[in-house]
Design a protein around this ligand. Sequence first.
Ligand code: ZN
Length: 322
Amino acid sequence: MHLHENISKGEFPGPEHPIEVNNFVMRVPETGYRWIKKARVRPPFSSGLSGPPYMIISSLQASEVPAREYLPLRDEPNLFARFRDLPLDPAALMKFANQYGWIGETGRLRLVKNQWIRAVSLHTWRLEIQTLILADHLWKCICSDDRRTLRKYFRWHESEFDVRMAVGMRERDICAEDLSNTEPSVPSWLHWLINPREVQALQAVGWNRGDVLGPARIAIIKLTTPRLSALCHPHLYLDHKDRFVGHLSPDNLLGCIWLQFYMMVIGQLKLRVCTLCKMEMDVSASRSTRKMHDRCSRSVRQQRWRNKKRQASQGQACSPSA
Ligand SMILES: [Zn+2]
């Protein structure tokens, strides 16, 4: 048990934000990251890594590398959207990593004798982006009641109360999988979605054969929940008044990204596009009329003030002297 270092006055979780999530600190090494193609892999150190290339921290003495710090969940509330929109090539992923940090290591490999260094493979980066593209697309289809699109991905069993998801990704494109196709897309998701024990409960909440909105919700749960379980953990802390405070803590940047997506789905994270800089801003705790970031609003006010001052001094210069 320890004191929560980052919670200051005014940041306490209220009824709208029952779980404080905003204090995860990401350290981005000043030396950056790099891709390597050859390294020695050996279980159990490397069992979480797929094949090369691997991303590693550029300096081998990773613990001593100077790093820039930021709070992704507070400073970049739309990071999951930036991640989702990334091209899948190594150069684009490296650019993202050097700006926001890598998604976290999934194993270790050996470059020099007796030194196992942290690494993550290109395959993991691509799979996480593709999974997020799919989850976000299903979410948007649900929000816009786009059943026509969803019908392409979900097929009901001819007689049983079960529905199958049949979706694949070809690079960044989502495609409905033809189950008779002997060469499905990679990656692909071809799962039956309904647990027989849940049939009655689902029928009780209004599920009918042929429905696709419900199955799309289950698909989002199946894509998101295992990642939250693996990467985000609840912690108990004491606040500065010695009261308990709960904190959902991601293990790494990938945890932050999936946590943002989760918060958006359950309605705790509300994003709106800033009218000045056109980037998304977090309006979860803001008034409904808020149009721009605080920093953008400040710069508009300063600009107005400067204009006014200039006009006043020009007016003075032009006025005839007495
Ligand atoms: Zn802005």
